[in-house]
Design a protein around this ligand. Sequence first.
Ligand SMILES: Cc1ncc(C[n+]2csc(CCOP(=O)(O)OP(=O)(O)O)c2C)c(N)n1
Ligand SMILES: [Mg+2]
Length: 322
Amino acid sequence: MHTADLPKEKLVEMYRLMLKIRLFEEKVFELYAQNLVPGTIHLYTGQEAVAVGVCSTLRKDDYITSTHRGHGHCIAKGADIKRVMAEILGKKTGYCKGKGGSMHIADFSIGMLGATAVVGAGIPIAVGAGLSVRLRKTDQVVACFFGDGASNQGTFHESINMAAVWRLPVIFVCENNLYAMGTRQSVVMAIENISDRAAAYGIPGVTVDGNDVLAVYEATFAAVERARKGGGPTLIECKTYRHRGHSRVDPAKYRPKEEVAAWLARDPVKRLKEKLLQSNVVAENMLEQIEKMVSAEIEEALKYALESPYPAPEEALEDVYV
Ligand SMILES: Cc1ncc(C[n+]2csc(CCOP(=O)(O)OP(=O)(O)O)c2C)c(N)n1
Ligand SMILES: [Mg+2]
């Protein structure tokens, strides 16, 4: 589907979701500054168009796998932000009863198979889910999020090869934000476009502007259609940028000021807002109303999380695999 054909409601919903991720992450950043977040956090701020563009093409029963930078993926797939917030704050009402934290959220009821702190580890899990779809003979698809750094892991190459050979319904979504922690892509890769790697496995590979939600939507829509019909996997590289450092402890001094400024000027949330206003899809006051509603939802999630109890010490070993 061409995005010009998308109904107004769908475009507005994409904006609402991107804004929800943005404001959620900004709230989490504030909370960590107040020392309310145990463990580390990796914020998705700046990359919202990828999660929303991809997940907006999926059905509820389709699957996703996520990464250490996973809050945006969860929200875009429809997770309950009260339980996400509670998990980040280590509370008993969180998705993992407060014992997994920011990097381990899963919700099978919405097809969110899980985030993982191990870089590249979600990729074989997505292929496993794709194989399960094949064995169960359904027409579900799997979208697998991972970073540029993860694409240098063996898991990336082995998993894509297997998915390609078996033509599994997996969409490999590489969020190329140019850095793996402090390491710039050009230091560790001799190629510019990670999508070039698709050719080595005989699958389609495409690079899109990952700060343009409609470009991400269009590329994913085509890949999803192909995958549902048995046409096999696609590698989609989304060029994007994280607005903040790698994790809570990183001030990101290694990034040139001009580079940061150039990417901030291409803020995906602002770009969609401008597009909606310029094309008269919505009036400014409607967007203001959406902003108010999203802010209220986040405040409600925060209240829920703050008022929830911590898990009891004697629960520490419950739900733990040994
Ligand atoms: C197997 C493994 N190696 C190293 C790390 C430490 N580590 C955590 S995040 C990260 C960088 C990941 O970069 P990328 O895949 O580009 O994702 P981004 O953080 O940019 O979203 C590294 C090296 C890890 N968690 N797991
Ligand atoms: Mg990266």
